[in-house]
Design a protein around this ligand. Structure first.
Ligand code: ADP
Ligand code: MG
Length: 319
């Protein structure tokens, strides 16, 4: 009997250890050129490791950090070897270029660099024209899986990297048996665990307000908006999603596009594409991906969504 009690005691203690080990951690850091907030029920070590993972991806994908894959590619005069992860994102970006009718183009980087949104400064027409000369995703040459030459072009993974990193963080948390959590890399959100989450979509016209709420479970929810990294001049809004044909911010009837799906990198690319192509084409493109949905807020403030969504009690849910 005594033996039985002590065995039970050990079992209970083990359970308690399990609980304290899986406590809810939450932390916000400025990283990846945005605000990163991670929330996860897991061990403290696994939680800290997630930020280390973010940091290592920043070292791989940043266009300004010396020695990153992107930094080296943009400087290279011949084929160079990059990580398979970088090569994978670049390869996938070419598919998104095709899907978007050439509007999504990671070689728009030199034009993006000309726009100074922090100081509300726009480049001259001449600067834009000369930077546009090397904007063409067809310049990207890939040999084997990860030998790449940009042939005078420059790339910027800003439209896909955060989504990709969020997917990797989800894998990490699952591997570490995290029971639930929220990965939020600047509006690239992944929620996981055995419960529903309400994710608010920022009102593009009053960023401290919520324009809509989506209720999801184990999904990625990614928003791109013309209100982020933007400025107004003479009543006109200049934003950070650039039309590679003109070198100017995309003329679009969408103020924001939120993609709901299983892959965060796909949602990241698609949300940017939606802004680039406008509401009508955006709906068509998103609906061509099974299991992927979108919530659109147009420039007049109207909220609409793809056919796979419905509104119940004021919240948007997957049908
Ligand atoms: P955010 O980075 O604010 O979350 P997005 O995911 O929509 O927003 O990506 C916008 C970023 O993508 C820009 O800051 C820029 O680095 C890059 N970009 C801008 N225009 C294009 C384009 N036409 N195609 C691909 N990438 C672009
Ligand atoms: Mg994006």
């Amino acid at each position: 009997m005594k033996k039985f009690i002590s065995f039970n005691l050990i079992f209970v203690l083990l359970l308690l250890c399990g609980c304290s080990d899986n406590k809810e951690n939450k932390e916000t850091r400025m990283m990846l050129d945005t605000v990163v907030t991670l929330t996860a029920s897991c061990s403290e070590d696994a939680f800290a490791e997630a930020f280390t993972i973010c940091e290592s991806y920043e070292n791989l994908f940043s266009k300004t950090r010396k020695g990153s894959d992107i930094y080296r590619l943009n400087k290279a005069t011949d084929f160079i070897e990059v990580s398979e992860e970088t090569a994978g994102i670049i390869t996938d970006s070419l598919l998104y270029s095709k899907i978007s009718g050439d509007k999504f183009d990671i070689t728009v980087a030199p034009v993006v660099s000309l726009w100074d949104f922090e100081n509300s400064k726009m480049p001259s027409r001449d600067e834009i024209s000369s930077a546009l000369e090397n904007v063409d995703y067809n310049k990207i040459q890939i040999q084997g899986t990860n030998n790449i030459f940009l042939n005078g072009a420059q790339v910027d993974l800003g439209a896909m990297a955060k989504g990709y990193i969020a997917d990797q963080l989800l894998k990490h948390f699952k591997l570490k048996n995290a029971s639930k959590g929220i990965i939020d890399l600047g509006r690239n959100i992944v929620v996981f665990g055995d419960r529903d989450y309400d994710v608010g979509i920022v009102d593009p016209f009053e960023s401290d307000k919520t324009a809509a709420v989506v209720t999801v479970r184990n999904k990625s929810v990614v928003t791109s908006g013309t209100y982020e990294r933007s400025f107004k001049k003479n009543g006109k809004l200049y934003h950070h999603i650039i039309d590679p044909e003109t070198g100017y911010p995309a003329e679009t009837d969408l103020a924001s596009a939120t993609i709901i799906g299983d892959s965060c990198v796909q949602a990241d690319a698609l949300s940017t594409i939606c802004i680039l192509v406008g509401k009508e084409k955006a709906k068509e493109i998103v609906q061509s991906f099974p299991g992927v949905n979108a919530v659109f807020i147009d420039t007049k403030g109207n909220v609409s969504y793809t056919d796979g969504l419905a509104e119940i009690d004021g919240k948007i849910v997957i049908k």
